[in-house]
Design a protein around this ligand. Sequence first.
Ligand code: ZN
Length: 172
Amino acid sequence: MKLEGSCHCGAVRFRLESAHPYPYMRCYCSICRKTAGGGGYAINLSGDYRTLRVAGKKNVAVYRALMTSGETGRRTRSSGRRHFCKRCGSALWLWDPNWPELVHPHASAIDTELPVPPQHTHIMLGSKPKWVEVQTIPGDTKFAEYPEESIAQWHQRLGLEVGEGRKRGSKR
Ligand SMILES: [Zn+2]
């Protein structure tokens, strides 16, 4: 499925191909919440990085989050590159060199009509503040951290893969 997206001010436009376009995964981690999820979570899609085309690249900035380990207190940089518009601040997509063939656009930045997911996966609930209420429908699954099931595997399990399937997926 061809996806088109943009930031709010229009300085950045992008498109990509995705076989896994259902916006079913809600991430409640503090990074997603603060950078892309005012209501408590962000929704990441998955697409084919080789097909990503960007207009207005000079307006794209990258954020690599500093994360503090709860156990050791050590601070490390997230490997994930969170791309956003430096003019209006819209969160656009995440790319991680650990899964270089994938790109994870935020559903919030996509202009193409996305399919409605029949169920949701709620992840990183261990990072959720109390005020964020998790709204579920029958069939939803919940995880304190990341699930084993990748975005691609979720689409395969529910028979929702669009077009030619991809064998590999990431945990995001
Ligand atoms: Zn913008």
